[in-house]
Design a binder for this molecule. Sequence first.
Ligand code: PLP
Length: 406
Amino acid sequence: MPTRDRVYLDHAATTAVRPVALAALAEAAALGANPASLHASGRRAKLALEQARERVAAALGAHPSEVVLTSGGTEADNLAVQGLYRARRAGDPGRTRIMLTGVEHHAVLDAVAWLAEHEDAEPVLVPVDAEGVVDPAAWEAALAEAPERTALATLMWANNEVGAVQPVTEAARLAAAHDVPLHTDAVQAVGAVEVDFAASGAATLALSGHKVGAPVGVGALLVRRDATLEPVVHGGGQERRLRSGTVSVALAAALAAALEEAVAEREAEAARLGALRDEVIAAVDALDGVHLTGPRDVDPATGEPLPSGTRRLPGNVHVTVPGRTADALLFGFDMAGFDTSSGSACTAGVAEPSHVVLALPGRTEADARATQRLALGRTTTDVDVARLLAALPQVLGGPMRKERTA
Ligand code: PLP
């Protein structure tokens, strides 16, 4: 993890484990029994597990029976997409359409692509606007086209690259009116913006522990009680038969502790990080040839400021620097002491153009290769941001001027 001479600006990739999560992990790990065992020690482990489940549910506006523990966000997304698709098709083989946007995470995109390749799914891509936000009218039109052939719709709550917050509640309401269940990937939203599962109207919601200060290796899929899913993993029938395998009480307890703290701090953190983010955005705006990607927390009609996290994740800054490559930008930040990310997926160490930027109208492949994400988070301080502001002109501007004259 980051040392004190470094400024860690990759909180969207993962964030430091919270002390409360570590303490909960250690305490629950010491229980040493399988929560499915019927003896007294097993019952004690089961009690700890169910208490953790209740805390996860309470933090997110869900019922405890709706919490299906998984290994993380990717597994939760796969269970939702594959599980909903297969269950819907089992009832009606003609339901093959899956609605999604091009800015979804690979955990969703690739699950849908796999179903298209192997199980006759027809992906229906709903366009997003130049800021990466889906248009409810386009969403509604795609739904209305063939609702009786649509298995599910999936729309992420907030985008991991460009920080766009999506109108999930509106999308779920429109989908429900056509009898289409909505899955939402809320991995980046949980702990950053207000997430209430019941109020959202989503059928399923994916979250990941290591984005909120639990260790890597735990997450959950919230599954509404009336939603029907086929399991992906088969076995002992744990987790409502949706995710077989012995449940880690220790990781569940760590998830509950981290999530509870993240949600309790959320409003204050959103305001603090939003203010720091906006200082960075103002500095980016002042640089020649550097563009912010994604929405701003201002009312698009009036230009009036909106509360942090309304349209953009509070800690997210994402820039495009035409003429530079993501690798070169990352290297420049790295040499200056900042841990940043190209923001897009890295396959076998090779940076690919960002599929998120490519999905934005008007953006080119060159733009999609010239990106950098600065993700502020819980440990980010005013001093970190002051250091960043001092370094930005050199890292983003200096070498570019050199390249231009070369
Ligand atoms: N969905 C989104 C939006 C993400 O940002 C990530 C991780 O970066 C995932 C899914 C995958 O989560 P995990 O790393 O827990 O598998």
